[in-house]
Every structure is written in C-alpha cells, then in structure tokens.
Design a protein around this ligand. Structure first.
Ligand code: HEM
Ligand SMILES: *[C@@H]1O[C@H](CO)[C@@H](O)[C@H](O)[C@H]1NC(C)=O
Ligand SMILES: *[C@@H]1O[C@H](CO)[C@@H](O)[C@H](O)[C@H]1NC(C)=O
Ligand SMILES: *[C@@H]1O[C@H](CO)[C@@H](O)[C@H](O)[C@H]1NC(C)=O
Ligand SMILES: *[C@@H]1O[C@H](CO)[C@@H](O)[C@H](O)[C@H]1NC(C)=O
Ligand SMILES: *[C@@H]1O[C@H](CO)[C@@H](O)[C@H](O)[C@H]1NC(C)=O
Ligand SMILES: *[C@@H]1O[C@H](CO)[C@@H](O)[C@H](O)[C@H]1NC(C)=O
Ligand SMILES: *[C@@H]1O[C@H](CO)[C@@H](O)[C@H](O)[C@H]1NC(C)=O
Length: 533
C-alpha cells in the first residue's frame, strides 16, 4: 500500500489507486505497460505513431488504423472455443497467403509491430495493443488491455469469415469462436466503422479493380464512431458489404439485420452506447486466446514506476545506481512534486561509518521531463544517480513524493515489498562489448556466490528470421560464465557468444543460481572494443 501522512480524506489522492491486485515492481508486464502508456514526450515508445493522425497510411488507399483492427479479427476468428485452440495468437503471421486473408493489412501490421517485438512483448500482445491504440486514437473507447498472449509457432486452421458466405455459415463461425448473433453484429459493426473494401483485393465487391480504389464502410472512415450504424439504418449507407450489386457479397447487410436490427439500433442510439458496446465486444475479441494462455488483469498506468538504467560497480569499492522514477501526475501537480528515495543497505555499516541513504531525484527538464499517453495520462520523470560502498550495498528502496506547496508527503513502498534490488549479479555495461558479432558480457558477481561454486550464465534470446513470416523468432542460448578477476567483494565473470541475425530489441538475463538480473537490453552494447575496468 501507498501510505499518506495525511488522512485519506484530506489527500483525496488515494481514490486514484486501483482497488484490485496492486502492482508490484518489477513486473513481467512492465514492457507492455510502457508501450501502452508512453506515447509521446520526453521518454516515449511512440506505438501510436503508426496511427497518428488516424488517416495515416503507407499509401493513399490504405489506412493503418483499420488494418490493425482487421488483423486482430482475422487472427482471432479461427478460435475454437470447445477445444480451446486458436484465437489471438499471431498465427496470422503464417497465414497471409490464404484467400480468406486477402489484402495488405496483415504483413503491414507486423511491419510496424516488429519494431516493438521482444521476449516480453509477444507478437500476439502487440496485435491486441494495436487494436487498443488504433481504436483509442481514432476517437473510440478505451478498450481494457490484458496481456500475456503466447505466439503460435505455425499456422492454424482455416475459417475466417468471407463475404460470399451465407448468414448461417457466419453465425456458425462466430458461435464456434464463442460469440452469439448479437455479439457477431456488434463486432462486425464496430470493426466496419473504420476503413473499407479495396478494389485491388475485392474487385467483385467494389466493381473497380483499380489498385488505388477503396470504398469506405461509412462516411467517417477515419473516425471510430456510430456513423456505420446510423447510415445503415437511415438508408444512406455506401457500405460496399451492404449495397454491392451482387447480393451474395452483402455480408454486412445480412449480419446487421440478423436480429431484426435490434443491435444496430442500439449501436446507433447514442455515442456513449456505441462506445461502451464496442469496448466490450472488442475487449472480448482481443481476449479470445487459446485455453492454455492466462491473461493478466487489464493494465492500468502504474502510479509510480522505477526504471534502473544502470546498477553496476563503478570502481573497486563502489556501486552506482542510475535510473528514473516515472510518476503519474496531473497538470496541477506536475511541477509541485519532489521525489526522494530512501534505501536500505544490504549490510549494516560499521559503527563508526555514516551512510547517507536519502537520495534526491531531479525532475527531468528536457522537453519538460514529461511523457503522455493517448487517454490523457501525464507522467513526470525524476532522475537519480547515487554511489554507495560495495561493502554495505543496497537491499531495497522506497520513494517519497512531496508536494512543495503543502508539504504533504506520499510514501510508495511497492505494495509493502519495497523496491527490491538484488546486488548479487551486476551487469557491467561499461566492460561489456561487441566486435562485429563477437559479444562479451561482463557481470560482477558477489564473491560469496562464486566461491560457493554457483555457475553464472547469460541466457540470451537470439532473434532470427523465419521463412514465410515477417515475425522473427527467438532461440534461447546459454553463454557460460568464466570466472576472472576479484574486485573487492565481487568477482568479474565473463560470458562470450556470437550475436548473429537480428540484434535489435533483443535481451538477456544474467543468472547465478536463484539470483537473476533480467531483460537486459543487448543493443546497449555497441560495436566497440572491450574496455578494462
Ligand atoms: C462476417 C464477418 C466479416 C466479413 C465477411 C468481413 C469482410 C471484410 C472485407 C471483405 C473487407 C475488405 C478488405 C480489403 O479490401 O482490404 C473488410 C475490411 C475490414 N474489416 Fe471486416 N469482415 C468481417 C468482420 C470484421 C470484424 C469482426 C472486424 C473487426 C472487429 C472487421 C474489421 C475490418 C476492418 C477494420 C476492415 C478495413 C480494413 C482496411 O481498410 O484496410 N471485420 N472486412
Ligand atoms: C487508377 O485510378 C487512378 C486515379 O483515379 C488513375 O490515375 C489510374 O490511371 C487508374 N489506373 C488504372 C489501371 O486504371
Ligand atoms: C433493417 O434495417 C435496414 C436498413 O434500414 C432495412 O432495410 C431492413 O428492412 C431492416 N430489417 C428489419 C428486419 O427490420
Ligand atoms: C456473385 O458472387 C458470387 C460469389 O462470388 C458468384 O458466385 C456469382 O457468380 C456472382 N454473381 C454474379 C451475377 O456475378
Ligand atoms: C570510487 O567511487 C566512489 C563513488 O563515485 C568515489 O567516491 C571514490 O573516490 C572512488 N574510489 C576510487 C579509488 O576512485
Ligand atoms: C520499504 O518499505 C518496506 C515495506 O514497508 C520495508 O520493509 C522496507 O524496510 C522499507 N525500506 C526502506 C529503505 O525504508
Ligand atoms: C572504522 O572502524 C574500522 C573497523 O573497526 C576501521 O578499520 C576503520 O579505519 C574505521 N574508520 C574510520 C573512518 O574511523
Ligand atoms: C508476408 O510476408 C512473408 C514474409 O516475408 C511472406 O512470405 C508472405 O508471402 C507475405 N504475404 C503477403 C500477402 O505478401
């Protein structure tokens, strides 16, 4: 719990905390949360760049936001609820040459999401995120994002709905995936509020094979709104899947009327209803996963999140911790908050020694030191770097946020755990290096652990390209540690290996028995000569 020194009623801030399952740092979902909330500003991942503005497209007839939504549907559509197979598992990456997956959308989506793909951010989670960001950035609702999807390693069964199929076939297909008729109507309408049908891909529907031709589903194709439903009901729709001359191809016409227009009337009734119905059905769509997958609770912006950029021996006697605190804040508070850290040493200092365990973080100033999400989130970054004797080291820290104007303090202790730093295996970035593909990872490992004979290994996720899919795969390699020089309480351990293929956005874990230092970025190791300590 976060504890305030003022009574809860006075603070009012406590109300902002999510009631359910409190966040504990570090989380294996941190990387996905970053991609969800850090869209622009000082530190940004810019996932929304692909759909900002919402009309954004690689060529005039295409629309990235629409393609991202269509990708999620086609990937999910072949789920078999009874057997628990298929669903949003990125199997679509192997299925792009199937007739039922005609069009540029699928490889187009991976062309963007690949920039964010890593061992902690599966292609399937990125497809789900893409739907959330596309809808959210185009005027649509905030769809809750759960994560933890696992990527398929091969294509799944056939069975994505196609326009020439009859209503019973479509009902059966949606039912197989776990959706009834009303769900089907809502899902199709909420999808077909964006984008349209391409002459290049479906000339029999558009009756124009020109590759630049596109006929939109509604008159506001770049806005996630209920126009798709209002135009359908008032008879002004140009939706090519409603008004195609060849009635066999009018799947939206059959689907929209499948419950005597009840669902379409609800969707058309007002903005709020449309948004909430679409948020519900699209959340269910992206959360349709194989039964072997367990999804997280919906991600919410973490109120306070530390980022450690370096935790290493800087000389024989001292360890330095460098990092940032990301604070969720408001326009009113953003410049009125100061952040301090208090750390607990791993071992008590000698009686005659003094240890200053309070660290003042500096508000970042470059581009205001602020980052922004697409749902109005505002974050302020507070940066720190402090050295401490290796002999006493660090066990954990807590964070205090103080209001300058009122003196009110709020304490963050990571849901009662403290923000724990395990100093057993430190990653020595400054000594690690890469020359061409020859890579040397250097760790400083506590002498007691090395002396006990605990093997030290680097578990490296190597990314490699595969035939027939744009999405690379990962192979896990273990690079064994070689014990080297003793430096004070630590021993340097060197792990050597070869980085072939794609090194972009790859990571490794350092492991010594039960002690780990995880998800360290490989790309920080530039091509450079190995430097001595
Ligand atoms: C029976 C079910 C469905 C059928 C037969 C169907 C059919 C189609 C067809 C033929 C296109 C044109 C593709 C192109 O020319 O590139 C299309 C586009 C699209 N569909 Fe569907 N669809 C169905 C359900 C859905 C659902 C449930 C969603 C999402 C919730 C969805 C989202 C989209 C989007 C966003 C586009 C526009 C893509 C773009 O502009 O590039 N569709 N659909
Ligand atoms: C397709 O349409 C564009 C724009 O209307 C036109 O310039 C082009 O000549 C057309 N191409 C074909 C093959 O008809
Ligand atoms: C549903 O709405 C469409 C469009 O207004 C209309 O053509 C159709 O007759 C309606 N169907 C039913 C069963 O009400
Ligand atoms: C209408 O579309 C169906 C399905 O593609 C096709 O079999 C049929 O020949 C088409 N009818 C006409 C008149 O083009
Ligand atoms: C080691 O680093 C600490 C912290 O930066 C510094 O105070 C100390 O003087 C350094 N010791 C040597 C021998 O350079
Ligand atoms: C941080 O908070 C936790 C939980 O209250 C506590 O166990 C730990 O000792 C605290 N650490 C420091 C440095 O205050
Ligand atoms: C502190 O005590 C230790 C051990 O008793 C001694 O080695 C060291 O010199 C003392 N340091 C200072 C600053 O007095
Ligand atoms: C998508 O990309 C993969 C890998 O490059 C390729 O094998 C596949 O044919 C592409 N699909 C389409 C429809 O272009």
């Amino acid at each position: 719990m976060k504890v305030s020194t003022l009574a809860a009623a006075q603070v009012g801030l406590l109300n902002m905390l999510p009631a359910a399952a409190e966040y504990v740092w570090p989380s294996k979902y941190d990387a996905m949360e970053d991609l969800l909330v850090l869209q622009s500003g000082y530190i940004r991942h810019g996932f929304f760049d692909g759909v900002e503005p919402c009309t954004r497209s690689p060529s005039p007839e295409r629309q990235t936001a629409a393609e991202w939504i269509r990708t999620a549907f086609h990937d999910m559509a072949t789920h078999d609820k009874a057997s628990g197979t298929g669903g949003l598992d990125a199997s679509i990456q192997f299925e792009t040459n199937r007739a039922e997956n005609a069009g540029d959308a699928f490889n187009g989506t991976f062309g963007f999401t690949n920039g964010y793909y890593s061992v902690r951010t599966s292609a399937a989670d990125l497809i789900a995120l893409a739907t959330v960001i596309a809808v959210g950035n185009c005027g649509g609702p905030k769809i809750p994002l759960r994560v933890g999807r696992v990527d398929a390693t091969e294509g799944g069964v056939l069975g994505v709905p196609e326009p020439q199929q009859d209503l019973d076939t479509h009902k059966r297909m949606f039912a197989k995936a776990g959706f009834n008729t009303e769900d089907m109507i809502a899902m199709v309408a909420c999808g077909h509020t964006m984008g349209g049908v391409h002459g290049k891909t479906f000339p029999e529907i558009t009756e124009n094979a020109n590759e630049t031709n596109v006929v939109h589903f509604d008159s506001t194709e770049a806005t996630f709104d209920r126009t798709v439903a209002t135009e359908y009901l008032d008879g002004t729709t140009q939706n090519p899947l409603v008004v195609a001359h060849n009635d066999t191809l009018n799947s939206d016409k059959r689907i929209f009327a499948a419950d005597n227009n009840v669902t379409m009337k609800a969707l058309a009734s007002d903005k709020k209803t449309f948004q909430s119905m679409c948020s519900d059905i699209l959340a269910r769509m992206i959360d349709t996963v194989p039964s072997t997958v367990t999804l997280s609770e919906p991600l919410e912006p973490t109120p306070l999140k530390p980022y450690i950029t370096s935790f290493a021996l800087t000389n024989a006697t001292h360890i330095t911790v460098t990092g940032r605190i990301r604070l969720l804040t408001t326009q009113e508070r953003v410049d009125d908050e100061r952040v301090t850290l208090t750390y607990a040493p791993r071992s008590e200092p000698a009686a005659n020694a003094t240890l200053d365990t309070t660290i003042v973080a500096n508000p970042a100033t470059f581009v205001l030191g602020q980052s922004y999400g697409i749902f109005g989130e505002l974050f302020k970054w507070h940066e720190f770097s402090f050295a401490m004797p290796a002999s006493t080291s660090i066990k954990n820290f807590n964070v205090t946020v103080s209001r300058i104007s009122t003196g009110e303090q709020t304490h963050y202790d990571n849901a009662g755990h403290g923000y724990v730093l395990d100093d057993t295996v430190l990653y020595q970035d400054a000594q690690s290096c890469r020359v061409n593909t020859d890579t040397t990872i250097v760790a400083a490992v506590r002498k007691s652990v090395v002396d006990a004979g605990t093997p030290v290994v680097a578990k490296v996720a190597r990314k490699y390209n595969k035939q027939g899919t744009m999405v690379p795969a990962f192979a896990m390699e273990e690079w064994n540690g070689e014990v080297g020089e003793v430096v004070g309480d630590y021993v340097f351990v060197t792990m050597k290996g070869t980085q072939e293929g794609v090194s972009f956005n790859t990571h490794f874990d350092l492991v010594a028995g039960e002690h780990t230092n995880e998800y360290l970025p490989m790309n920080v190791m530039d091509t450079r000569k190995c430097a001595a300590f």
